[in-house]
Design a protein around this ligand. Structure first.
Ligand code: FAD
Length: 445
């Protein structure tokens, strides 16, 4: 296998490494490559921090074939390099789609399993890994085995959301959900502040919900933004068309505060006070940022961090207010911050959504904020991580670039079980990535 030198960096661009990459096209080439040079797999590199960064890695994007599909049950088998958009474009016309879709259709099947991703319908559909019937896992010796929750429950739960640490996911069988229409009926309304946002989420019965926060709004306007609620409408499915691209890294001033303020003001004011209803094609609703390729270049060479946490419901209001105040006063504001409600659906030991500890506390909120990579970002991120920990919340490892490794055991309660499975599956640490090393996720002395 030919190895190519490349700079491997997260989607945020703040963490990078000179790396060697192999891109096998066939199962046999993958097995040979791994047996000769055991190292982690990467997908479309849509993780923001260093989850998909390592000195050597196997790029899975050429292993992107559909293997089989049962049109009666909706069970799809595909190689791990298939993207969410590939699945949507191929199966929505037949009336099927992934039950869970992250905010980018560029993510691969392998990447979605390895982070057990969630969508705008988490309360209804749970997480991505909960729809995996079984998967083929390749160990560091290049040998494969099919595993499922029934046959190998511990290894399976360590693999779903397992950051690629138990082996390379070669292919998976995924239960697709019915796709009733090609358009979503979207209701958008302005929300005046944070309390109103939480109240609106609590009152919402929509299948899909997402809040966009204006991170420049201060004082009595703190937490204002737009709530989008949606359900399936009608009309045939139209595949995504070619998107426009940001051709190169923009200069630093592209994300300056006045521009961000103007952007947020325009974004909020485009929704009339009474709200508005419109129909959106599926890919425009589910993957709004994919319409501009390489939008991460807007942040320039220095890149950005994304902070994403989940907070238990009873702590959410007070902690979110403190977080928003910290971000707004830092001046490192980002135009698009996302607030969503999360349920308890989680498929693995290291999955991001929170366990349901009690009957009374039954949901949580997730906040995702983009933070420009300036020197002062470090202190802000440390403060946000600390607030999340103090509230009994956790940080999303698909986005992380700054967590204090000491917080990990309190945030991920199944960490010890995960470590035990990883040690069995990969005793020599061949699949370790930069993220796993930085946070000592394997718990090495
Ligand atoms: C615009 C945008 C919106 C997003 N919205 C959401 C969202 O709504 N919800 C959400 O949960 N996430 C979201 N994400 C995060 C994204 O879905 C995850 O980071 C996902 O893992 C990316 O998939 P990928 O193929 O790019 O994987 P990569 O980033 O390349 O890799 C991610 C991890 O998976 C491992 N991995 C990849 N392929 C394999 C394989 N075949 N076998 C074993 N391990 C493998 C890698 O080692 C790494 O640890 C978003 C990201 C972006 C850029």
């Amino acid at each position: 296998m030919r190895w190519k030198k490349d700079e491997l960096k997260g989607w945020g661009g703040a963490l990078a490494l000179e790396a060697e990459l192999a891109r096998p096209e066939r199962h046999a080439a993958l097995a040979d490559t791994l047996a000769e040079t055991p190292c982690p797999a990467i997908g479309a590199r849509r993780s923001y921090g260093d989850a998909a960064v390592a000195p050597q890695a196997i790029d899975m994007t050429r292993l992107d074939r559909f293997i089989s599909f049962d049109a009666e049950s909706g069970l799809l088998e595909a190689e791990a390099g298939v993207t969410i958009t590939d699945i949507l474009n191929s199966f929505a016309p037949k009336g099927w789609m992934p039950a869970v879709m992250p905010g980018t259709g560029f993510a691969t099947l392998g990447g979605c399993i390895a982070h057990d991703v969630h969508g705008k319908n988490h309360q209804l559909a749970g997480s991505f890994g909960q729809h995996i019937e079984s998967l083929v896992l390749m160990g560091p010796d290049g040998k494969s085995q099919r595993i499922s929750l029934k046959t190998k429950p511990k290894l399976f739960r360590a693999t779903i959301g397992g950051l690629g640490q138990t082996g390379i996911i070669v292919s998976a069988r995924l239960h697709l959900a019915k796709c009733p229409a090609g358009n979503m009926a979207v209701h958008e309304r302005r929300i005046e502040d944070l309390d109103a946002f939480l109240e609106a989420f609590n009152g919402s019965r929509a299948d899909y919900q997402v809040g966009w926060l204006d991170m420049t709004a201060k004082d009595i306007h703190l937490g204002r933004g737009i709530l989008e609620e949606a359900h399936f409408a009608s009309g045939p499915f139209a595949p995504s068309t070619k998107s426009r691209a940001i051709p190169f890294n923009l200069p630093g001033f592209a994300m300056s505060t006045p521009l961000v303020k103007a952007f947020n003001w325009l974004y909020t004011k485009r929704i009339p006070e009474a709200g508005r209803d419109r129909e959106r094609p599926l890919h425009k609703f589910f993957f709004p940022l994919d319409t501009i390729q390489h939008w991460n270049r807007l942040y320039g060479k220095r890149g950005f961090h994304q902070f994403q946490c989940v907070l238990p419901d009873d702590e959410a209001a007070a902690t979110l207010a403190l977080m928003l105040e910290a971000v707004v006063s830092s001046g490192l504001a980002s135009p698009l911050s996302v607030l969503k409600k999360l349920g308890h659906g989680r498929g693995g030991m290291m999955s991001f959504p929170m366990e349901g500890y009690t009957l009374a506390v039954d949901e949580g909120y997730t906040l995702a904020v983009d933070i420009v990579n300036k020197p002062s970002a470090k202190a802000l991120l440390a403060r946000l991580n600390e607030l999340a920990r103090n509230a009994g919340g956790r940080i999303y490892l698909a986005k992380d670039s700054s967590l204090d490794a000491g917080y990990l055991p309190a945030m991920y309660s199944e960490l010890d079980d995960f470590r035990a499975e990883v040690t069995k599956a990969d005793p020599s640490g061949a699949f370790e990535t930069a993220l796993v090393k930085r946070l000592n996720i394997r718990g090495q002395a």
